[in-house]
Design a protein around this ligand. Sequence first.
Ligand SMILES: Nc1ncnc2c1ncn2[C@@H]1O[C@H](COP(=O)(O)OP(=O)(O)O)[C@@H](O)[C@H]1O
Ligand SMILES: [Mg+2]
Length: 263
Amino acid sequence: MHVIAVSNRKGGTGKTTVSVNLAAELAASGRRTLLIDLDSQGHCGLALGLRPHTGQPNVHQLFTNPEARLTTAIQPTPFANLWLVPADPLFDHSQSGQDDYRLKNALVAESLAERFDLVLIDTPPSLDRLLINGLLAANRVLVPYIPHYISVESMRQLVRLLFRIMTRQNRELKILGFVPTLSAEHIRQHRTVNAQVGGEFGAARILPGIRNDIRLAESFAAGKPVRLYAPKSRSAQDFARLGQAVILHLELPVPPASSAIAP
Ligand SMILES: Nc1ncnc2c1ncn2[C@@H]1O[C@H](COP(=O)(O)OP(=O)(O)O)[C@@H](O)[C@H]1O
Ligand SMILES: [Mg+2]
């Protein structure tokens, strides 16, 4: 099972947008996909038309209750092959416990690899136990970034953190790639920064980007992935390309034709 953490320590770089729309793309390709909303803002649920409410089983209860199970919190979504573990919008980050491997252990102990081909984890920007849990549960990390000059230094810091984790705590973890988001091809700065990121971190690691598109913000408000909300939009095309690139990088086997299960 591939477990992909979508991560960047900066807020507003498109983590949630990429998590939701890439998960939708992979689900639509026939892969059984689980999206875990580790950011307590609860935006993944909203983006899929599922409003979070307090009291519902969620991923954050793992950190406050040793008896809690991830399986109990898995919800179907309106979209085939796509399931969600929602967030607790009232989660208090100071109460995230002591265990850096809580999420990892839940994925393994509850045998989720038998039920899902892919898990995507939307992570919070704060460097706290939740983010570490996301990075230790994952075997791949995907980094959305906005191609501004200022992003490069924060990406260096992030890559240093990732390498520390990859060498000390999670040797399975690999960088799946960097995804330029909110980008405009005609802005020279964006091209320069993407070239710089490619030069520093490996050109092969730059995945197809997601251009600036108001349809993405609209689709979020409508509670649908953009591939369904505006299938002809440029962001729907960009996500289709990103999905294909991820499938190639992960060498995902072609799913059997009968595997498109309705939730
Ligand atoms: N490619 C894009 N084009 C236009 N708006 C975008 C794009 N990507 C993200 N956004 C918008 O930018 C804001 C931040 O994106 P979000 O995915 O929530 O970032 P993060 O999860 O990193 O904080 C949201 O309002 C989202 O709708
Ligand atoms: Mg977010």
